[in-house]
Design a protein around this ligand. Structure first.
Ligand SMILES: [Fe+2]
Length: 406
């Protein structure tokens, strides 16, 4: 995120004495990527950011995965992971947006989890990689060491690796979050940025659409727990530790730089359309190591007089393609049982495209009112416990109309 931001008080010169009203020095911390060679921010703490008074293991939510075998496309009904939440929001009281995550899919580069929650999360820091959390429904305040973000339906919340933060669901509706956890950094596609990092004119969004923290966030507390997810020897090469710190980690009076959390509302993504079908990269919004994130937003569709608005069949020989259907009618999947809250897994090695009836049905359409978030990975994904629990077991046969159980 090469987009400079300054919040709160910082000294005029970096790395110089900066004192509190009582005369003591603030502790300057550089939070930076790629070993002092990429984006960073300087944060000014009231306390010492290295201070620890205790540490104990944190048993992460189940991170084990099983292969997609036999290799088939799959339909995972995410809303069934938290039954009863539509009608009785209060039953979600047991879950929070971090420890309540259920792993849907994962590989060595990225993990996709889903949570429905109404409780605040503990303070949390993902030391494995950046997180991009898509808010499907509900609202929340995301408090971070950089300041707070107020987020709601359609927001992507991008949290850089090792950002101490917590999720506070707000409002009466449960918070539904689709978390994409990378093993590295998540950023806007490089082709939309100038060589110095400014968004270019052909980008479908720009700096004005990104919401960063606007003010410092200070909190009081002693012996405060921070749940840290990090690399380790557990399933997926992951482990957890609870750090106990002597003072509340939200003690930053000011910071500046190009590394910080931000939110982006998918409604601010300006779709790129054409006379004939545009390829999926026009829908790309972010990229991470060995995966991309795209979104399919409400838009005018192909306007050639003989256009076929739904996609052609495609064999993405290098990717697994994961679509999360958020809202609207998903035209290409008509007749397959896909609805809001569905996830489809279209693995490399299988050609996919519209269900047969959807092609004729789409002819003459002028708009698609669909909203979906897609993750394409360049290494195969395996099923997490959550994904395996809500596999409909029938989707693979939806193009032929018959299968082993029909
Ligand atoms: Fe596709």
């Amino acid at each position: 995120m090469a987009f400079y931001r300054q919040v709160g008080e910082v000294p005029r010169k970096r790395h110089t004495q900066f004192r509190r009203p009582d005369g003591r020095l603030y502790a300057e911390e550089l939070m930076g990527e790629e070993g002092f060679s990429s984006d960073s921010s300087l944060l000014y703490h009231r306390g010492v950011p290295s201070s620890l008074v205790d540490a104990r293991p944190w048993q992460l939510p189940d991170q084990a995965t099983t292969p997609n075998a036999p290799l088939v496309p799959r339909h995972l009904k995410l809303h069934d992971l938290f039954p009863g939440e539509e009608a009785m929001p209060s039953t979600s009281a047991a879950a929070d947006p971090v420890t309540g995550r259920r792993l849907v899919l994962g590989n060595a580069d990225v993990r996709i989890s889903y949570a429905v929650s109404s409780l605040p999360s503990p303070l949390y820091r993902n030391a494995v990689g950046d997180e991009c959390v898509f808010v499907e429904r509900g609202t929340a305040r995301v408090e971070t060491v950089f300041g707070a973000l107020d987020v709601g339906p359609g927001d992507y919340v991008v949290l850089p690796r090792a950002t101490t933060h917590r999720w506070l669901p707000t409002g009466a509706e449960p918070l539904r979050t689709y978390a994409i956890e990378a093993n590295g950094h998540i950023a806007p596609p490089k082709r939309y940025l100038s060589k110095y990092g400014q968004f270019l004119e052909h980008a479908p969004y720009c700096e004005r659409d990104l919401r960063g923290p606007a003010a410092p966030l200070l909190a009081e507390g002693t012996d405060v727990e921070v749940y840290v997810k990090h690399r380790g020897e557990g399933p997926g090469g992951l482990a957890g530790t609870v750090h106990v710190v002597p003072e509340h980690p939200f003690d930053v009076v000011g910071w500046d730089g190009c590394l910080y959390p931000y939110a982006f509302d998918v409604a601010d993504f300006e779709p790129i359309t054409g006379r004939v079908h545009q390829p999926p990269p026009v829908h790309q919004v972010f990229e991470g190591p060995n995966f991309v994130i795209c979104n399919f937003v409400p838009r005018k569709v192909d306007y050639h007089p003989l256009a076929v608005p739904v996609p052609y069949y495609h064999s993405n020989v290098d990717s697994d393609e994961i679509m999360f259907y958020v809202d609207g009618d998903y035209e290409a999947r008509k007749g397959s049982g896909i609805g809001k809250g569905s996830v489809t897994v279209h693995p490399g090695g299988h050609s996919h495209g519209p269900q047969p009836a959807a092609v004729e049905a789409s002819l003459g359409a002028e708009r698609f009112d669909e909203l979906a978030v897609m993750v394409d990975t360049f290494r195969p994904l395996q099923l997490g416990e959550g994904g395996a629990a809500v596999d409909d077991g029938r989707y693979a046969w939806s193009w032929s109309g018959r299968g082993p159980t029909s």
